[in-house]
Structures are given as structure tokens and as C-alpha cells.
Design a protein. Structure first.
Length: 417
């Protein structure tokens, strides 16, 4: 019998696997490593987070993004965006270096069985384990606006559906959304020879400012501290104290997760976007209809009237919504039995990321309503991996507890480059 099965091989799954291996747990990890980054993000994108806050996690902090880039002549400097392809390659390298027993097969079902868990792969092998962590990333939770859901997929897609945007060269494309994914998708479409427009509900776009230097006067640093999710005290709390967020009332946690670190574009994207993409703000999507192989969009204009756009394709860059009902690989009876947070569709979790069902753990987006916005970003993987593996060890018979790990890596005046 295994001690732990990890379902998912993105930044969270790989980080948990690295900590589990170092802790001596009998563990297996399933999933195609970095699949959502490799398959569902357009070529040409960049990380929005700083390199030093984009590390996957191993107990010795030996396999950082900066270290990977330095050994290959790549740039990983504060204030310099990292290409998605570089980060993906880093994740694959991390998997080879730090994660034994990585099986690229997909998992078809997870179900409780006689006090343990059965994990069955899509080709029919069943493993028995004392604990299982679902670190399935964001792809099960794609969010499409209700007005677009009934249209065929050749006319409407989600931004995560596209690795190569050159298929839209010469076409009129409407991107729906006002965050980084929408802004960068629209920009890349324009640069690929498409004719995009951006449709957003907000009456103004939020753009992040260039990052402040790491080496600053003490008073300025105290007033506006750096953290894994940017700068400022609110971001510092979400980034560095998920344990504190978890202790807040459920309704407040849900409100924080919905409102904190809302849609915003990266500072380095602004000029590229505004030069090439028509930005139609304060427009609310009212209806969408297929019309002679195109899409007719009806929107509410800023003056309250109706505006209509006919477009070849719609890309909804409208994010992801944590929802247990979409986690179809988990046994339906188990899903129904889970205690959820504040009556929502995300699991209520212990301090060690364990759900109300013994031996069942969650990581990543589904943990964000419980622990806060850090769980929506790579930066949250370190906190998750350390505490989740510690919790599994405590519940594993005849396994000594791991020694305390080092404090989380903090930015310095001279980051690794």
C-alpha cells in the first residue's frame, strides 16, 4: 500500500511530490508534467510574477528557477519577465531532478475504499493508498460566460484552449475579459496578424506598475514591502500568511478570494496592447448568436444602449472558478459528502490541507477559498507542499515526523540571475 498518491503534475503536484520523496513517504505522482503550461498557454506569453517568486518547491531549495536559468545562460532577474517556455522547461527539469515515481498516465477515478483510497488510471490500473492529494490545476475549472456556453467550439473558445494563435491570422477575433490573460491574448493575436478587439465590463483597465527595486531605503520597504504576490501590505498578508487567512470567518475568506488581486495587466504589456488592440470598455455581454459561420455579440454600451459586433471568433479570457462538481474524477458520493466552505463549491480544509474525508487532500485553485489568493499562483506551492506533506506524515503509521524545513526563500538585494 502506498502512503500518498499525487494526482496532477503541475507546480503544486511536483512540489508536493518533491517534499514527499524527501520525507521518505511511499508516494506516486500521476500526470503529464507541466501540461497546462505546455499545452494551454500561447507561445509568446511571459510570467507575470517575479522570477524569485516563481520557484517550484523542494525541501533544500536546491532547484530554483534562478538556478536553472543561471546554468543555461538565461535571464531570471527582478523586473525582467520570464518567457512561459522557459518556465515550462524549468518545471520539466525540476520533475527530472526532484520527483521520483512520476507516471505520465492520467487518473480516471479516485474513490474511498475500506478506510483507504483507490486511485484508478485511465488504462485501468488501480492503486491503494492511505492518502491522495488532488492537485489537478485549473483546467477542470474553465469559466465561460453563460451567454457563450451554447455556441459551438469552432466559434467560441476559452483562452486556455490555445497554444498557437497563428490559426487566427487574418480573422476578426473578439476577446472577452479585462485581466492579464485577456490583454496578453489580444496583444499576441494582433502580433500574429489577426484583427482583435477586447470587450470588458470594467470602465477602466488596471495596469500593474513596474516593480520597485529590491534594494530600497528601510522606510520605503516597510511602507510597501515586497512579497511573492507583488508589493504592499495586503498582498504581503495574502502571500506570506495563508495560515492567518484560513483562520478568518468563512464568509470573509470567500470575499477575499473573489476580490483580492483582481484583474490587472502587467506593466510590460501595456504599450504593446494599447498600440494595437481596440479596447471596448464598460460593455456587458447580453447575448451571443451564431450567424452564417460567425458570432453576433449584443452588448450593453456605456450609455445603456445596445451595441452589436459581428466577429469570426470569440475567445473568453474569463478565468477559472473552483467548483467541486467539475471534479468528475472524484467519486460522486465522496464529492457529495465533503464539507464545503461557507456553502460554496470549494472544500473546507484543515491547516494541513486535509478535507473532511480522512486521507483526501486538495492543493492549488480548490484550496484558494480556504487559504487565500496565494493558492492561485505558483508562489503558494511552497507553503502547500510543506504543510500538506507534514500532515500526511503525521497520519502515516510508523513514519517519524520530518525535521523542520528551512524558512521560505525571501528576495534579497541581489536575486539569483
Amino acid at each position: 500500500m502506498l502512503d500518498l498518491v499525487i494526482v496532477g503534475a503541475g507546480p503544486y503536484g511536483l512540489s508536493i511530490a518533491a517534499h514527499a520523496a524527501a520525507a521518505g513517504l511511499r508516494a506516486r505522482t500521476f500526470g503529464r508534467p507541466m501540461a497546462s503550461w505546455r499545452d494551454h498557454m500561447p507561445s509568446g506569453m511571459f510570467l507575470k510574477s517575479e522570477p524569485w517568486s516563481s520557484n517550484l518547491s523542494d525541501p533544500g531549495r536546491a532547484h530554483t528557477l534562478g538556478g536553472y536559468c543561471q546554468g543555461r545562460g538565461l535571464v531570471a532577474e527582478h523586473g525582467t519577465p520570464v518567457p512561459i517556455d522557459t518556465f515550462t522547461d524549468y518545471g520539466l527539469w525540476f520533475a527530472r531532478q526532484a520527483v521520483p515515481e512520476l507516471d505520465e498516465r492520467l487518473v480516471g477515478s479516485v474513490a474511498p475504499a475500506d478506510g483507504h483510497w483507490h486511485v484508478t488510471t485511465e488504462d485501468g490500473e488501480t492503486l491503494t493508498t492511505r492518502a491522495v492529494v488532488l492537485a489537478v490545476g485549473v483546467m477542470p475549472f474553465v469559466n465561460l460566460p453563460a451567454e457563450l456556453r451554447d455556441l459551438p467550439s469552432d466559434l467560441v473558445t476559452h483562452s486556455s484552449d490555445h497554444r498557437d494563435l497563428t490559426r487566427f491570422t487574418g480573422l476578426d477575433v473578439t476577446v472577452v475579459g479585462g485581466g492579464q490573460a485577456a490583454l496578453e491574448t489580444a496583444t499576441l493575436l494582433a502580433e500574429a496578424g489577426a484583427a482583435p478587439r477586447l470587450l470588458a465590463r470594467a470602465d477602466r483597465l488596471n495596469w500593474n506598475t513596474p516593480p520597485q527595486p529590491l534594494d530600497r531605503p528601510l522606510l520605503r520597504a516597510l511602507r510597501d514591502p515586497h512579497c511573492g504576490l507583488g508589493t504592499g501590505w495586503p498582498s504581503w498578508v495574502w502571500s506570506e500568511t495563508p495560515w492567518l487567512v484560513r483562520r478568518l470567518p468563512a464568509t470573509l475568506r470567500l470575499r477575499i478570494n473573489e476580490a483580492a488581486l483582481g484583474p490587472a495587466g502587467a506593466w510590460w504589456l501595456r504599450e504593446r496592447c494599447e498600440e494595437r488592440v481596440p479596447l471596448l470598455l464598460a460593455r456587458r455581454l447580453r447575448a451571443a448568436h451564431a450567424q452564417s459561420g460567425r458570432v453576433r455579440l449584443e452588448t450593453t454600451a456605456p450609455d445603456g444602449g445596445t451595441e452589436t459586433y459581428v466577429t469570426d471568433h470569440v475567445i473568453a479570457a474569463t478565468g477559472f472558478v473552483p467548483d467541486l462538481d467539475r471534479l468528475t474524477l472524484l467519486d460522486p458520493a465522496a464529492r457529495s459528502a465533503l464539507r464545503t466552505l461557507g456553502g460554496g463549491r470549494a472544500p473546507d480544509l484543515s491547516a494541513g490541507f486535509r478535507s473532511s474525508l480522512p486521507g483526501l487532500y486538495f492543493a492549488g485553485l480548490l484550496a484558494a477559498p480556504a487559504f487565500g489568493p496565494a493558492m492561485r499562483f505558483v508562489h503558494g506551492a511552497t507553503y502547500t507542499a510543506e504543510r500538506l506533506v507534514h500532515s500526511v506524515r503525521r497520519a502515516t503509521p510508523s513514519r517519524p515526523l520530518p525535521r523542520p524545513t528551512a524558512a521560505p526563500e525571501q528576495p534579497t538585494a541581489k536575486p539569483v540571475s
